[in-house]
Ligand binder design. Structure first.
Ligand SMILES: [Zn+2]
Length: 114
């Protein structure tokens, strides 16, 4: 159907179809939420603020990690690239949120559950 939009949902861990103009039932994202091309692996969740629409949240350190490992940049190059080309780019109200200095050890899902 053409009036659906495809969305890779981290909550469901699969690509799902959402009706046009509707929000994903699982994570609350809609088709207008902006993503950063090529950095899907740096998405660590969704951000909400009361009365605002859900945004994608990217880890700054994961963005830099992708730039170093995939694109062969040094630490300095990756940091500079990410600052100028990702963190300082405004693409409207649905611009993704960049999270710095995440302190919670369990956020990457690798922590043992005990
Ligand atoms: Zn979703």
């Amino acid at each position: 159907m053409s009036d659906m939009w495809k969305h890779y949902c981290l909550v469901e861990d699969e690509e799902i179809d959402v009706g046009e103009g509707e929000e994903c039932n699982w994570c609350g994202l809609d088709a207008e939420a902006m993503s950063i091309d090529g950095f899907k692996d740096a998405i660590i969740g969704y951000g909400e603020q009361y009365s605002k629409k859900t945004l994608l949240v990217y880890s700054y350190s994961k963005i830099c990690e992708i730039l170093r490992e995939r694109d062969g940049m040094s630490w300095e190059e990756a940091d500079e690239f990410a600052q100028f080309n990702i963190a300082n780019v405004w693409v409207g109200e649905r611009t993704p949120m960049i999270l710095y200095n995440e302190f919670w050890e369990g956020w990457n899902g690798n922590a043992s559950h005990n």
